[in-house]
Design a protein around this ligand. Sequence first.
Ligand code: PDD
Length: 283
Amino acid sequence: MYAYFNDEIIDLRKGVIQLQNRCYTFGDGLYEVLRIIDGVPVFFEEHLNRLKKSADYFEIKIESSREIKRKVDNLIRINDFSSGELYIQLSRGTDLFREHGIKSLESIVSILTIPLRNINEDNWISGAKVVSFPDMRHGFCNHKTVNLFANVQAKSYAYSNDAYEAIMYRSDSNGKYVTEGGSSNYFFVKSNDVYTPEVDNILPGITREKTISLLQEMGENVVQKRFYFDEIKDADEIFLVSTVSKIMPVKIVDDFSFKIGEKTLKLIKRFEEMIKEYKKSRK
Ligand code: PDD
């Protein structure tokens, strides 16, 4: 398997870690995860747009989307990779002095094709179990930074409790409210409206955006606002969304159980159709 490291194509069997890379020493970088399906990097433009916006915000240099797309297509070809994950990492650069303060450096783009992570198929059929966990992350969660220590803790807590995902919370004067999962966004159907946490220090997920527009096309009323933990037990349907989880029904949140409802099932179908249409338009 090969990968891109700036303009070099690297044989991953030889292993490459560049020890002075600021992603390695500080977690000073950004990333994107895309699905590759039938050789097509799905929603490439949306992912690159998010990466570019964050790169501009944090003043990390980034090459053009066209150049990154050229590398991605080339990598898919040389790895003969038709289905799995695509990881794009943008590091601020190489810093021989490991100084915390930001300097203008030549950034590094690494691109890897990764086998699709192992997910129990039954999660999509019977629904996933999720467990609550405090959101202990920093204040830049609306960017996809490689600083994932707290996400790793949340997800590991879920795995050790036999769950697929964590549902993280913060608190305000009204109580605990949902932020997001370790690597996904949440939706709740309640009394015919669909709620999802507003983008308030959470990742504006690409799947979340697609889900909102599909729900609106389906004639649903989507409300983006804080959703409190004591409202969860009255939810009619719950689902989580991400590039890798797609639309996944949730059957258990801590001690509460939920049915997989009509809206979730319809959405799963519409999302698959949307991906098919995207692939067709890019072939
Ligand atoms: N994670 N929230 C967090 C914290 C995430 O890490 C992710 C994605 C999402 C969903 O975003 P999107 O729909 O753009 O994939 C929400 C990816 C899959 C990962 O880190 O592997």
